[in-house]
Design a protein. Structure first.
Length: 247
């Protein structure tokens, strides 16, 4: 199947110029100023920009949390993404307490199967860490799940202790994966939340006020220190105080 996009303004990371794009079997095979080949479908892009699809590396589709579920599933969310020019997403597969990583991965794969309108992949949220899970990290990296999200907050739900975080960091040094950290001091925040509730402070602004920037700064510093000791890179992927759900 060949699709030829003609006469568009091609935008790349470094350039912008008039040209054509040839797509064969869903892959861009040629970009040029004047492509003259037989095609099954030709699209006239005169007066339009032709740019690569975006990649959203942080989505939560069909995700249960706190008694609710995110509004979009893999069908509605990816259709909306496609209309906005996003052609790939990386969602989060959640390993709940007592589960294996592969069980979590297979569960989220089934959520997306037959529904997603665009390409997708997964980060793995790890909430339970032991020797078996550590070995599973290696297998998942080989299978294409190369990033693992850990939490320093939400005790009893998502939170891992510093020792488990450090072990996971060490493992990525061996298997080539990456740890993505939700860095905020969850225990301190839990105390602030309980104090706010006791005082009747339940207005939306108190979500931010019970999550001070210093609680994130302290945890971020701690996460970076653990990564330095393990001698591996680490990624913080959230500013927690600005969100109403774990991101």
């Amino acid at each position: 199947m060949r699709t030829l996009i003609k006469n568009g303004t091609i935008v790349t990371a470094v350039d912008q110029y008039a040209g054509d794009v040839l797509i064969e079997d869903e892959k861009i095979s040629l970009i040029g100023s004047s492509i003259d080949v037989a095609a099954d479908k030709t699209i006239d892009a005169s007066g339009k920009y032709v740019l690569p699809g975006g990649i959203d590396v942080h989505t939560h589709l069909d995700m249960p949390f706190g008694g609710a579920t995110s509004a979009d599933d893999f069908e509605t969310g990816t259709v909306a993404a496609a209309f906005g020019g996003t052609t790939s997403i990386v969602d989060f597969a959640i390993q709940y307490k007592g589960q294996t990583l592969h069980h979590a991965w297979e569960t989220w794969m089934k959520k997306a199967e037959g529904k997603a309108a665009i390409d997708y992949g997964f980060h793995m949220i790890m909430t339970d860490f032991n020797d078996q899970v550590e070995l599973e990290m290696d297998a998942l990296v080989r299978q294409g799940v190369t990033s693992f999200k850990l939490f320093m907050a939400y005790r009893g739900i998502f939170m891992l202790d510093d020792g488990s975080i450090f072990k996971a960091l060490l493992r990525t040094g061996q298997n080539g994966g990456t740890i993505c950290m939700h860095a905020e001091n969850g225990d301190v925040i839990d105390v602030l939340v309980q104090r706010a509730l006791k005082a009747g402070h339940t207005a939306p602004k108190y979500h931010a006020l019970t999550r001070p920037a210093r609680a994130e700064a302290e945890a971020t510093h701690r996460a970076i220190a653990l990564a330095e000791i393990a001698d591996v890179p680490i990624v913080e992927i959230v500013s927690p105080s600005m969100n109403t759900s774990p991101r």
